[in-house]
Structures are given as C-alpha cells and as structure tokens.
Design a protein around this ligand. Sequence first.
Ligand SMILES: Nc1ncnc2c1ncn2[C@@H]1O[C@H](COP(=O)(O)OP(=O)(O)O)[C@@H](O)[C@H]1O
Ligand SMILES: [Mg+2]
Length: 248
Amino acid sequence: MDTHCLVLQDLTKNFGGLTAVNNVSLEIRAGERRAIIGPNGAGKTTLFNLICGEFPPSRGRIFHFGEEVTQIPVHQRTALGIARTFQITNLFPNLTVLQNLLLAAQGLEKTKYVMYLPISSYQHLYEKAKSLLMDVELWEKRDVLVKNLSHGQQRQIEVCLALVGQPRLLLLDEPTAGLSPAETLSFTSTLKRLDPAITILLIEHNMDVAFELAENITVLHQGSLIASGTKEDIKANTTVQEIYLGME
Ligand SMILES: Nc1ncnc2c1ncn2[C@@H]1O[C@H](COP(=O)(O)OP(=O)(O)O)[C@@H](O)[C@H]1O
Ligand SMILES: [Mg+2]
C-alpha cells in the first residue's frame, strides 16, 4: 500500500437520502495519471471533495502514501501534498498573472508579507513563480491582468497555482471544460510536460483528453465505480457503452 500515492477503501458519501459516492475502492500508483469519467451527477466532484477533505466520508478510508488521511482537515492534506483545481475558477481577475502566483506562493510561507521588508526578501518567491510560469510557457504574460487572458490560459494559471506547493497528488476537475479545441490541445501538452513524479487524477468529460493523458480510466455512474482499465478495456466495456449511449 505504501507504494501507492492514493488508496480509497470502500468510500461512501451520503447527502441525506442521496448516496453521491457508493462504496468506491481505488488504488493509484505514484506517478500514475488516471482519468475519472462518468455522466453528470455520477459523484466525481464529491469523490475529489472527499480526497481533499472538504468533508468527511460517511464510510470508508483514504490513504496517501500509506498514511491515513480520512479525518484530517484540508490544510493538513495540502501540507502533505494533495492539491486541486476547481470546476469553477478561483483566480483574482484584477491582479496580474505574476501577482496571482506570488500571492499563492506567499500564502504558503510561514512568515507573511510585511511592508518594511525589502523586496529581495521575496526573491525566492519570485524565482518560484517564474519557473512555474516558464513551465507552462506563460512567463511573457506575467504582467497581464488575469481577466485579460484567454480561458485556456487562465486554466493553465490555475494549474500553476496548484503546483506552487509542490504537490505529490494533483486533482484536476474538468480542466478543459469550456476550452476551444486549440486551447484543449495546448492545455493537454502542458499537462504532459509536468514532472512525471506528480500523480494526477483528472476528471474529464472530453474522452480524447482522458485517453491521451491517462494510462488508466475509471468510470463512475450513480456514485458507484463500474469499470477501471485501459482505454481499450473501457471502450470495449458493454456497461460503459450502455451508460454513454443512454445519454445521447
Ligand atoms: N454538498 C452537497 N450536498 C448535497 N448534495 C450534493 C452535494 N454535492 C453533490 N451533491 C449531489 O451528489 C450527486 C453527485 O454530484 P457530483 O459529485 O457533483 O457529481 P459529478 O461531479 O459527477 O457531476 C449529485 O446528485 C449532487 O446533486
Ligand atoms: Mg463535477
């Protein structure tokens, strides 16, 4: 179990009478890129909320590199290396790209920003922000207000923000939603360039992206895990075919 980045055991989440996540067990290897697919309401975002600690499960356990994290709060999970992006953006639109990155980097520091310290005290934050922006090829946009970036660029900045804390597990909730085909391609290649040591769990409605990025795909339906396997396994799975054909 210790070699796994993430292990979910019999995870269930009830909201009143509704079972949003139903007895899900899952093992994700360190460095694996796994896509989670499934129709709207399947419980994908709820599963992410359980992994991040937004709320506790009704039943079941969660392990991160062998350490049980089922009951520990969000900020402690962040400190252990679990990071996420949201289905809805959480950037500051009226700040520049660089300012957004610096704020995120500074938020992780033990010493908070103080006015009388010279700017050189923050040189390491600047260097960190710069290297992350270089990685996603958006360094030249550093002085642009976030609201003036394209939707696709904003999504890339969100990934940058999640990477500030050097996570070991990165959870991306529908990162390509609303992107044009060209933006989706560029976003996909950004993800492919990330450090291969980072484990990525990706909720993705775009099958091409899921198949391109993930070696394994997990399918959720009505809270339950109904299939896990390679692209070929999933395409050939008759239950999966029925669910997706039923949606058309
Ligand atoms: N905080 C919540 N309170 C009550 N019901 C919720 C909550 N979050 C999600 N749900 C319900 O749980 C089910 C699964 O939702 P969700 O996890 O968002 O699905 P997905 O991300 O796969 O579209 C839905 O029926 C949704 O309405
Ligand atoms: Mg969702």
